[in-house]
Design a protein around this ligand. Structure first.
Ligand code: NAD
Length: 257
């Protein structure tokens, strides 16, 4: 239980990668705050479920990561923050000349600016203890581009840049900041796209995954949420004390191409 006694806050964690990260940090012994913008019974039940599974304290705190003040209040409401995982993110796909301005603004706010706001409030708490971890969930799209994803690619490149600056401003203070760059991860969101893709391309599940969805991922295998969570847990371990200001790709070779 390497992270016993630490409090971790994971933004956007009532599903997908964030939920996988929450489980792995709880498995490593951290108390965890999970978050999304909803405030439903099932969100709080999810926190209770993670707590019961791993024997740690888990709370659900609702906060909308598109709102800078709400981002800052999330950290304040948690009361403590040794580990901050900025994971909340959305996607929208359209050409630049047709990209809706509200979608651009929302993607920049949720995928990039939220990490600035949460980090700003979390760093003083970490400095007071002389220990901290900031892990930003970027993407292979933080290192490479694809057409029709202007806002997402811009935001994720921004997250990588913000991670480097955070690392420089905290170097030598017991605090590290890194960006994890997943390739295609099998989340409920991605799983839901498979039937449509099968229909569109007239392919079976295996073929559409390998030939269409994972055409840029040389392993032709999805990464899993547990693998992303495990990478975050590693970055929170003592072995990673001198890993800061860098990116770790979990992308089956995507960015080696
Ligand atoms: P997901 O849709 O399953 O999870 C996104 C999470 O963010 C959800 O919990 C959602 O409730 C939350 N969220 C959305 N808007 C929010 C808001 N305004 N305030 C608070 N929470 C909000 O998607 P995912 O695939 O798990 O994505 C998680 C992160 O991983 C994102 O930053 C995404 O860009 C990144 N990522 C995903 C993949 C992939 O293949 N799935 C690959 C690379 C990077």
């Amino acid at each position: 239980m390497t992270l016993a006694g630490k409090t971790a806050i994971v933004t956007g964690s009532n599903s997908g990668i964030g939920l996988g990260v929450a489980h792995e940090l709880a498995r490593a012994g951290a108390d965890v705050v999970i978050n999304s913008f909803t405030d439903r019974d099932e969100d709080h039940a999810l926190a209770a479920e993670i707590a019961a599974k791993h024997g740690v304290r888990v709370r659900y705190i609702a906060a909308d990561m598109s709102d800078g003040d709400a981002c800052r209040k999330l950290i304040a409401a948690a009361g403590d923050c040794d580990i901050l995982v900025n994971n909340a993110g959305i996607q929208y796909v359209a050409g630049i000349d047709e990209f809706p301005v509200d979608k651009w603004n929302a993607i920049l706010a949720i995928n990039l600016s939220s990490a600035f706001h949460t980090t700003a409030v979390a760093l003083p708490l970490m400095r007071a203890k002389g220990w901290g971890r900031v892990v930003n969930i970027a993407s292979a799209h933080g290192l490479t581009a694809s057409p029709y994803k202007s806002a997402y690619v811009a935001a994720k490149h921004g997250v990588v840049g913000l991670s480097k600056v955070t690392a420089l401003e905290t170097a030598g203070q017991g605090i590290t900041c890194n960006a994890v760059c997943p390739g295609y991860v099998l989340t409920p969101l991605v799983e839901a796209q498979i039937p449509d893709q099968m229909k569109k391309h007239g392919m079976d599940r295996e073929t559409v995954i390998k030939e269409v969805m994972l055409d840029r991922q040389p392993s032709r295998q999805f990464a899993t949420t547990a693998q992303i969570g495990g990478t975050v847990a590693f970055l929170c371990s003592a072995a990673a004390d001198q890993i800061t200001g860098t990116t770790i790709s979990v992308d089956g070779g995507w960015t080696a191409m």
